[in-house]
Design a protein around this ligand. Structure first.
Ligand SMILES: *[C@@H]1O[C@H](CO)[C@@H](O)[C@H](O)[C@H]1NC(C)=O
Ligand SMILES: *[C@@H]1O[C@H](CO)[C@@H](O)[C@H](O)[C@H]1NC(C)=O
Ligand SMILES: *[C@@H]1O[C@H](CO)[C@@H](O)[C@H](O)[C@H]1NC(C)=O
Ligand SMILES: *[C@@H]1O[C@H](CO)[C@@H](O)[C@H](O)[C@H]1NC(C)=O
Ligand SMILES: *[C@@H]1O[C@H](CO)[C@@H](O)[C@H](O)[C@H]1NC(C)=O
Ligand SMILES: *[C@@H]1O[C@H](CO)[C@@H](O)[C@H](O)[C@H]1NC(C)=O
Ligand SMILES: *[C@@H]1O[C@H](CO)[C@@H](O)[C@H](O)[C@H]1NC(C)=O
Ligand SMILES: [Zn+2]
Length: 668
């Protein structure tokens, strides 16, 4: 954090995302739009990497020697330590591999152009902490066959060359015969790539002679780097044109296997300065954008590779070809093996039609977007809409998609649990089923209730992505049951707010409140304290009451109150990683009795996505600026402790959806 800004190199990743404070104002993720404008330099596939008939990725004449040597294997001696972060199964399968090049955690290096350095110290710290955490997370999840030697980006021959030798029977076939004298430099979206990151280029003025003149010398490249992330902080036109755009991204260069090796994330400056700034939300935004820029992009789906027959990621793989197809109900899905099995496992269905569903809003009819359909994968980090940061999950289906790119080995066991639709069957989330009461995840009407994670009170609402389906969305304010200080003086409803509180459907009223009693009280979301006594088993405590067993799926009465509390089934005391923000570990236990029995860590600060300590250490060692990283990590920890995330974020693509979503469906 103390490096001169112009030389700041950290490990990082890209994301395109939008953040909103107002739940109703849908924010747009402009990834697809931005990526369409980005010029991508693609390396021609090398023969040893794939079948001889592997087609060229683009009719580009970039036959120059590949500038990135990521395909080579690592020295055998460098394998051991990163394996410690992997599961037993993975370790075993890695051992079976041919000796060279077991995948290792991806080294993402962030480079910030000098134009980005007009930030206050406070803004810089926020940004570095968020990007560093996002990069560390992504590196702990994805492994690659590492780039050997410095990473050098290639120059675009179509830019620097005015005349290309096209005759395939001459020695200088596909080389540049005449320079374009207007050629200046290479760009990654808005960022000018420093010459030091770029390979040189030569001009061959004679058809068959090896004589050449150097147009540009080669740069030094970036050591210990598998992915170069240009991080640009700006109030760009795109940021201004689209209010609530927090960030956007694009990949700019792919290697001979099609793996993106460089990309840019533009962070909109205003997003760093607002009073509603949230560290966790920014980390998620960066991860979202990074996943786009690493391969979760409609422009890259068709270049994903099938490496199943090969023990080594990236080597000897074959192109998957088209992976997106429409299912029987015109839902476009990604059909690749890990995605299918992750979704089948998630929905507890063996239906072979269950590919990864893609968002259709703003996509051309039957077209593809770079987000999951939010009716089916609400809460996923790659859904088009990201809500409150406590509700966003780095889920298994998303990790499976990254695995199916063929460029990464992904530790699927470290996915966060996705409660939405868990075990709900093949029809879950379809327009046919969401509008009747057959699913506990959707609601009808417009009443108050609980967000499906039960961390927040909610209101039954829809949005353009839901296509008329309705869900309980967190209220605009004071919606968090876990936040001490929410809630009013009125204790007629018996609410308790605090770390161990969750949302329950309830119409409890104190027996003393005669006026409420007369009119009765409607069922809505209320916050009561809970403690786990087993899987899906828990007790509830209401203001002034004893602990009462709450049988999942039942309703209970509370002494001193009229009305009922509904006990949710399959939501509480089941997912160890669904908790309030972990830095909110209660400092004031409301009472002695409130400590939950330690049967399940439902309310503890535990997250499977914190990188294992060894892994973090291993990746940090690979980074030249290790000291800088550690400092940033410390800052991240401090920021984490202060972060309370209430902003509501949405991200969307910018296409025309197939089905137009009626504005209101209160009658359903
Ligand atoms: C830097 O910020 C100042 C004020 O914050 C502004 O006036 C100036 O134009 C900015 N410079 C650049 C290069 O963005
Ligand atoms: C290509 O080059 C060869 C050898 O120089 C020559 O014989 C042939 O005519 C050329 N073909 C074309 C289409 O120019
Ligand atoms: C809900 O939709 C499903 C699928 O169309 C149907 O089988 C079921 O009968 C519907 N239930 C109600 C209550 O309408
Ligand atoms: C939310 O905030 C607004 C304005 O600050 C206030 O009028 C409203 O009563 C609040 N709603 C709740 C549920 O606290
Ligand atoms: C009900 O009201 C009486 C007096 O009005 C009071 O003594 C008692 O504590 C109240 N009970 C509850 C549960 O609030
Ligand atoms: C609470 O709601 C139930 C239905 O869930 C209803 O039968 C009961 O009368 C309600 N009680 C009060 C006090 O409103
Ligand atoms: C918990 O209760 C015990 C006795 O019931 C008491 O000695 C102790 O101080 C209490 N602890 C707290 C934190 O209130
Ligand atoms: Zn996006």
């Amino acid at each position: 954090m103390v490096l001169p800004p112009s030389q700041r190199l950290w490990v990082g990743m890209l994301v395109v995302l939008v953040v909103t404070e107002l739940p109703e104002a849908l924010q747009k993720c402009i990834f697809d739009e931005v990526q369409a404008q980005a010029r991508v330099v693609r390396a021609a596939p090398k023969h040893p990497d794939g079948p001889p008939n592997e087609r060229r990725l683009r009719a580009q004449a970039d036959q120059e020697p590949p500038l990135t040597s990521g395909q080579q294997t690592n020295p055998p001696g460098r394998r051991a330590s990163p394996l410690r972060g992997l599961t037993v199964t993975q370790t075993r399968s890695l051992r079976k591999m041919a000796a060279p090049a077991s995948p290792q955690p991806i080294r993402i290096r962030t480079w910030t152009p000098t134009e980005s350095n007009n930030l206050s110290e406070a803004e810089k710290e926020k940004l570095e902490a968020a990007v560093e955490e996002a990069v560390r997370m992504v590196s702990s999840l994805l492994s690659v066959s590492r780039v050997e030697g410095p990473l050098l980006l290639r120059r675009d021959i179509n830019k620097y060359c005015k005349f290309l030798w096209r005759n395939s029977s001459i020695a200088n076939y596909n080389r540049c015969g005449r320079a374009n004298h207007n050629y200046r430099t290479e760009r990654c979206l808005d960022v000018t790539i420093p010459d030091d990151h770029l390979a040189g280029c030569d001009i061959y003025t004679e058809a068959d002679s090896p004589r050449r003149t150097e147009l540009r010398p080669g740069g030094a490249g970036l050591p210990s780097t598998d992915y170069l992330l240009y991080l640009h902080v700006q109030a760009t036109d795109k940021c201004r044109a689209e209010p609530n755009v927090l960030a956007y991204a694009a990949h700019c260069q792919t290697d001979t296997r099609g793996r993106p090796v460089a990309g840019v994330v533009v962070i909109c400056r205003d997003g760093l300065s607002g009073a509603t700034y949230s560290h966790q939300a920014t980390v998620q935004t960066v991860i979202h954008e990074l996943f786009h820029a690493l391969g979760f992009s409609k422009d890259l789906f068709h270049t994903w590779r099938d490496c199943s027959s090969n023990s080594q990621v990236g080597a000897g793989c074959s192109p998957r070809g088209k992976v997106t197809h429409s299912d029987g109900s015109a839902q476009v899905r990604i059909y690749t093996p890990s995605v299918i099995s992750a979704l089948q496992r998630h929905l507890a269905s063996a239906d072979p039609e269950l590919g990864g569903p893609l968002e259709n809003l703003h996509a051309p009819s039957g077209g593809v977007s770079s987000h999951w359909e939010s009716r089916l994968l609400q809460g996923s980090i790659m859904a088009a809409v990201l809500g409150d940061s406590t509700t966003v999950r780095i889920d298994r289906v998303t990790l499976a998609a990254l695995q199916d790119t063929g460029w990464y080995t992904v530790d699927l066991s470290r996915a966060q649990s996705l409660v939405w639709g868990d075990g709900a069957g093949a029809m879950f989330g379809s327009l046919a089923t969401c509008r009747n009461k057959s699913s506990a995840f959707f609601c009808t009407g417009s009443g108050f209730g609980c967000h499906y994670l039960h961390l927040h009170k909610g209101e039954c609402q829809t949005d353009q992505y839901l296509e008329g389906c309705r869900v309980y969305k967190p209220l605009k304010n004071e919606s968090e049951c876990w936040k001490e200080g929410n809630g009013r003086e009125e204790d007629w409803s018996g609410e308790i707010f605090g770390f161990h509180s969750r949302c329950f459907f309830s119409n409890l009223t104190r027996q003393n409140r005669s006026e409420v009693l007369l009119s009765g009280s409607s069922v809505e979301g209320r916050c009561y304290r809970h403690r786990c006594s087993g899987a899906n088993r828990y007790q509830v405590q209401v203001s002034g009451s004893e602990w009462v067993d709450c049988t999942a799926g039942d309703t209970i009465q509370i002494k001193g109150y009229q009305g009922l509390v509904h006990c949710p089934d399959g939501r509480l005391c089941l997912y160890a990683d669904i908790t309030p923000p972990s830095d909110l570990v209660p400092t004031f236990p409301a009472s002695n009795a409130s400590d939950p029995p330690e049967t399940l860590p439902s309310a503890q600060s535990w997250s499977p996505l914190r990188p294992p300590a060894e892994l973090t250490a291993a990746s940090a060692l690979c980074v030249t600026a290790a000291a800088c990283l550690l400092a940033a990590a410390a800052a991240a920890a401090c920021l984490l402790a202060a972060a309370v995330c209430v902003s509501y974020r949405k991200c969307c693509s910018c296409r025309v959806r197939i089905h137009s979503a009626p504005e209101d469906h209160t009658d359903l």
